[in-house]
Design a protein around this ligand. Structure first.
Ligand code: F6R
Length: 257
């Protein structure tokens, strides 16, 4: 796993945005995997900037989001469908029919999840998957003890995730307890993973993911097995990394090569 320590949130977002844009430039029909939450907002601003200022073209791209809350329809301001349109899709030229966000309102969740997996496979798989990490070490909504081979399914959120995400809702009780989430196995099949991690509250989870054992207690640690995972982190999030100096040395050596 490559760890890129950045000065601050802006540098992290710019570098991660450039990594995603490189995939789109190399493959105009790229299949893009997106995440929600506060971590990738700057990355999305960077993609919007590149679209507006540099003509970065998403017109042939297809997108798949990681997850959605159960019970929230797309017009709910806290739904991930709404979030993605507000923070990215309404500002770039990806065709509306090419956007996929799991639906949290299907009567038959299991059938929907199977169809979502099939749609990803039929598209040839995800070329680049944007990720954040939860303070409990989750990727997508794969909470501790989720199988590292899991696929898209309905999951139950931990109380810690509900607490973390309560800031987006009027009151804690409004946070749904369940979500539809890509599995760890689904994420691991993406050809490239670009993760953004910022803030001191993520320092412990980040260190466990990068330097701890691969374990379903920290589902993001599965990325240690991924052949092309890059993690862009800000100073505050990097505080607990034992190999911090090495990661800085690697980046310095790369830039001087
Ligand atoms: C969101 C997602 C989650 C978040 C994680 C971090 O689609 O899959 O794994 O990436 O909970 O959220 P923030 O960025 O809000 O700290």
């Amino acid at each position: 796993m490559e760890v890129v320590i950045c000065r601050d949130y802006d540098e992290m977002s710019a570098k991660a945005g450039a990594a995603v844009a490189d995939v789109v430039k190399a493959k105009p029909k790229a299949v893009l995997g997106f995440a929600t939450g506060s971590s990738p907002i700057g990355l999305y601003k960077e993609l919007i900037r590149m679209h507006k200022d540099e003509g970065l073209d998403f017109s042939k791209c297809l997108t798949f989001n990681l997850d959605e809350y159960c019970g929230l329809s797309g017009d709910h301001p806290q739904s991930y469908w709404y979030f993605m349109h507000e923070n990215l899709f309404n500002h770039i030229n990806v065709p509306k029919g090419k956007v996929n966000v799991p639906s949290g309102t299907e009567a038959d969740h299991a059938a929907f999840c199977r169809a979502y997996e099939e749609k990803i496979a039929k598209a040839g798989g995800i070329d680049v998957q944007v990720l954040g990490i939860g303070s409990d070490g989750h990727i997508a909504f794969n909470e501790p003890t989720s199988s590292l081979g899991s696929r898209t399914r309905m999951v139950t959120l931990t109380e810690q995730t509900i607490d973390d995400n309560a800031r987006f809702f009027e009151k804690r009780e409004d946070v749904p307890r369940h979500a539809i989430s890509m599995g760890v196995g689904t994420v691991m099949e993406a050809k490239k993973c670009v993760m953004v991690v910022n803030g001191a509250n993520k320092a412990e989870a980040l260190a466990a993911m990068v330097e701890g054992p691969v374990t379903s207690m920290i589902t993001a640690s599965a990325l240690q097995w991924h052949p092309d995972a890059v993690v862009f982190v800000d100073e505050a999030a990097s505080a607990n990394l034992k190999m911090r100096d090495y990661y800085l040395w690697v980046q310095k050596s790369k830039s001087e090569a």
